[in-house]
Design a protein around this ligand. Structure first.
Ligand code: FAD
Length: 493
């Protein structure tokens, strides 16, 4: 009898809880059973979550890398396509039958639809194959969201107390940072027994509109790449991280998010490796490492919010009273924001970085999100969806958390009357204008003084020659309108 490991957003061999448990199981009692991998392609699920084509492409490239690693261990990876979500149950059932499976393992997902799917699969299997054992592992977080509770036993809705408790748990309970080993190899006969599965070609890319060579250069697939990135970052950039993380042109962050969100590296591995470079401490020692681990804490926090307040993944605001805001739904404004043609250079630079690379620097995510909501008075959900559709690191929990923070509708949110001034943000975080020059070539010849606000810094004739749009709105007037509207909505209770 064989053991099945169903891979999802956990495309790695090292520290993969379900994979390790499956590997241990397949050895139990000398059953001589084999470990078999499964991955299900489900376009309907991808569409439901607005997954970006560039992210799906990243998954497919990583799947090839995973298959190559599994091949070396004589573990076949079977890739199946579900035309409709409902077919997923049939796929698992038929595999259980064909491959003589006695145990199935997978890592739990946090999103509601996926949880429902897993419950349905488990139920169907129990009905048809009562002797088959299904095991679900917690792998997505360092500390399981349900373990981080306030003294009153409630989930946290504010980051700092959450993070303090999280750190205490991590420091005092070593099991949270235990890493699992890669699976053992199957007996060599598996290669012969399942030859057809080893020889099957699996999808290795997915069509998207960006420059394929450039994307493959920016984000090479594979566990090794994810670890190299982290090691490189810790060896060079982490010291300056507390300041450099805010200056987009310095590229002072790790850019590990595509790998983390596809499960090519685990969050535990990130914490363990960074902590080891700081004498195994997370709250004392090197300022850069402490600050970086704290950002990983934000990722854990937003996962906690998703699990404890599931309304946030059902298109609802964390603070229900903000639902009364009347958004403008101005289609032209939205289009110009998406295209990076708002006439605000720092906003346009951020949007163009996203549209060309599938990634945007965190400072720019905050600036562009705040601009959409507070300058254009557009519904934050429109921006959230556009980001998901465009990001290689799109992640429901972090994206929703970031958007709701920026829109003042979420946990810990910016107070609604605090509105980023795009001009001041630009002068502060891109003082020389180099980030703008990189992404908005129409402005590349402007001086440091002109580049942040060319419309007001140049004569009308000089401005017209640039071929760059006029500001879509006046910041001061928009801010006033937005603050009044938000106040009105909150007063309605
Ligand atoms: P680093 O600075 O090197 O940080 C390391 C890791 O910490 C990141 O990879 C990420 O996993 C985590 N992290 C850092 N900052 C945050 C944060 N503010 N919230 C949650 N986790 C964080 N992050 C995503 O992974 N996916 C998203 O879809 C996403 N959408 C966002 C939307 C908005 C509006 C905002 C304001 C932020 C969003 N973020 C998102 C958070 C953050 O911008 C990215 O995690 C970060 O830019 C990734 O780059 P990095 O790996 O170089 O980060």
């Amino acid at each position: 009898k064989n053991t099945l490991m169903w891979f999802r957003n956990d495309q790695r061999l090292q520290d993969n809880r379900a994979l390790y448990a499956a590997s241990m199981r397949s050895k139990v009692g000398g059953t001589q059973g084999c470990l078999i991998g499964l991955y299900i392609i489900s376009e309907e699920e991808w569409a439901e979550h607005d997954e970006a084509a560039i992210k799906i492409d990243f998954w497919m490239r990583n799947l090839t890398s995973l298959k190559n690693s599994l091949d070396k261990l004589a573990i076949p990876l079977i890739v199946k396509t579900a035309k409709h979500k409902i077919d997923i149950i049939l796929i698992v059932e038929s595999l259980v039958r064909e491959m003589e499976i006695s145990h199935i393992f997978w890592n739990a997902e946090l999103m509601i639809n996926e949880k429902k799917r897993d419950v349905a699969v488990r139920k169907a299997l129990l009905k048809k194959f009562p002797s088959v054992c299904v095991e679900e592992c917690d792998d997505q977080c360092v500390v399981n969201p349900l373990d981080v509770k306030s003294k009153t036993g409630n989930p946290y809705a504010v980051f700092t107390p959450f993070y303090n408790t999280w750190c205490k748990l991590v420091e005092t309970e070593p099991h949270y940072l235990e890493l699992s080993e890669a699976p053992d190899a199957n007996p060599p006969e598996a290669k012969l027994l399942y030859a057809s599965h080893f020889n099957t070609k699996i999808p290795s890319s997915y069509p998207h509109n960006l420059d394929v060579n450039e994307i493959n250069r920016l984000y090479p697939a594979g566990e090794e790449e994810a670890h190299n990135r982290l090691e490189q970052f810790l060896a060079t950039k982490v010291k300056k991280y507390p300041e450099a993380r805010n200056v987009p042109i310095q590229e002072g962050t790790c850019v590990i998010s595509p790998y983390l969100n596809s499960g090519v590296i685990s969050i535990r591995q990130c914490v363990v490796i960074a902590r080891a470079a700081n004498k195994n401490k997370i709250t004392t020692g090197d300022d850069g490492i402490k600050a970086w681990i704290r950002e990983l804490g934000w990722r854990e926090f937003y996962r906690n919010i998703l699990v404890s307040f599931p309304r946030v993944c059902m298109n609802q605001a964390f603070q229900p009273k903000t639902e009364k805001v009347k958004w403008s739904y101005n289609e032209n404004h939205f289009k110009r924001w998406c295209e990076g043609k708002t006439g605000y250079p720092i906003v346009d630079a951020g949007m163009r970085q996203l549209n060309s690379t599938g990634y945007m620097h965190n400072r720019l995510r905050m600036i562009t999100a705040c601009f959409l909501v507070k300058d254009l008075l557009l519904d934050w959900r429109m921006g959230e969806k556009y980001f998901m559709n465009s990001l290689i690191d799109g992640d429901l929990a972090s994206n929703n958390g970031g958007w709701q923070w920026s829109a003042s509708t979420g946990t810990d949110a910016q107070p609604y009357f605090r509105v980023f001034n795009p001009l001041l943000q630009s002068q502060r975080f891109d003082p020389k204008g180099d980030y703008i020059r990189k992404w908005v070539p129409e402005l590349k010849d402007l001086t440091e003084k002109q580049i942040h606000d060319p419309y007001h810094g140049l004569t009308p004739k000089e401005f017209a020659k640039l071929g760059y749009p006029k500001p879509l709105v006046d910041h001061a007037a928009s801010k006033k309108k937005y603050v009044e509207e938000f106040k009105r909505a909150l007063a309605l209770g």
